[in-house]
Design a binder for this molecule. Sequence first.
Ligand SMILES: Cc1cc2nc3c(=O)[nH]c(=O)nc-3n(C[C@H](O)[C@H](O)[C@H](O)COP(=O)(O)OP(=O)(O)OC[C@H]3O[C@@H](n4cnc5c(N)ncnc54)[C@H](O)[C@@H]3O)c2cc1C
Length: 388
Amino acid sequence: MKAIVCGAGIAGLAAAGRLHHHGWEVLVVDSAPRPRGQGYMIDFFGPGFQAITAMGLLPQLREVASPVDELRYIDGHGRTTVSVAYSRFTKALDGEVVSIMRPALEQMLRDALPDDVELRFGTTIDRIDDDAVELSDGTVTDADLVVGADGIHSRVRSLVFGPERDDLRPLGMHTGAFVFTDPELHQQVRQQFVLTETLNRQIGLYGIGEDQVAVFAVHRTADLSLPADPRRTLQSEYQGMGDLAERALAQCPPSDEIYYDLVAQIDTPRWHTDRVVLIGDAAHAVSLVAGQGASLGVAGAYVLAERLSRAATVAEGLADYERLWRPTAGGIQASARDRAADWFVPTTTTKLLLRRWGFRAMRLPGLDKILVGPLFPKDHRTVAELVA
Ligand SMILES: Cc1cc2nc3c(=O)[nH]c(=O)nc-3n(C[C@H](O)[C@H](O)[C@H](O)COP(=O)(O)OP(=O)(O)OC[C@H]3O[C@@H](n4cnc5c(N)ncnc54)[C@H](O)[C@@H]3O)c2cc1C
């Protein structure tokens, strides 16, 4: 059985590895000319952590994870307003969480792929018919399964399930992320998440490696178009947020080295046909405010491959995957919209203070678990239960 996976991101690589494990011949195509270097820090926990463990990749994940000691909010003068030892989150999640740069997670998944999984960069899918798949490099081939793992702006989704405008649900924010080298600033934010405590916009810094700083920025805006020059937009939108933010913005790299996009979710009525299926952000982007998109990408890929391996036909496996996985992804999407967005980027001083008190409360014994509870849908089932 042959599968073509479109997208060598977190979800696509996880799917490729697991499909191969179950005996599939796998070709992965990705439109980027090479693996993406740009990235941001990811908290990886929940269903994806369970799936990585089930795939036997937990030692590798822990090895490439970035250590974090503390999360701290600062005011416009650089003074800490609230800080929480990261061990509080770790404990609340029973140790099942790591922080990791997105490119490092992708590299780990790529390294885990057997040699006979072909990775073809600079290539996409141009056409999917009943009997053929045409690639942009001119190859016309057939496949028993086509997996759309090509992210929030999925081409497979557009080709097979309909235009993006029908499925994209903007959350009224833009986000940008970049990395730069600054040994002095690195020392100030080393092994910490340092976030500005601000209304309607936020900058976060994290010191990685020996001398680098990873930055992510998010601001509220009703604008649905993306700027022609993200660097200039970041430098003007985030002015006046204190010295650390100013210093980071001054070192913002050229626009083609910046990740920049709308903060949005994907809500599409169908994820599969008889042999085409969507996974990860292509199917159910939850947005950065949910903090679980990567985790869901890996877990969804795992559930897909396991259900296919248990089903009599591909069509049956795809239907099982969608039926079982949709409630988890949909539940996390809803909680991101209803609760996490206001917590992540507060719009009023009251909401900002509530968040501050919430973090302070995390220091109290017993309250840490109550605070991570809203991250998961009420009836959430473990990955092991979903594939049993
Ligand atoms: C600032 C920020 C912080 C985040 N923090 C977290 C976090 O803390 N925890 C968490 O779990 N998630 C987090 N996320 C979300 C997470 O990064 C995404 O949900 C995750 O990367 C989705 O993985 P994916 O493989 O589905 O898609 P993507 O990562 O978007 O990968 C898609 C792949 O498909 C390729 N591609 C795109 N178009 C095509 C095409 N036409 N043809 C072929 N290939 C194509 C791309 O090159 C890419 O390799 C964050 C996101 C952002 C922006």
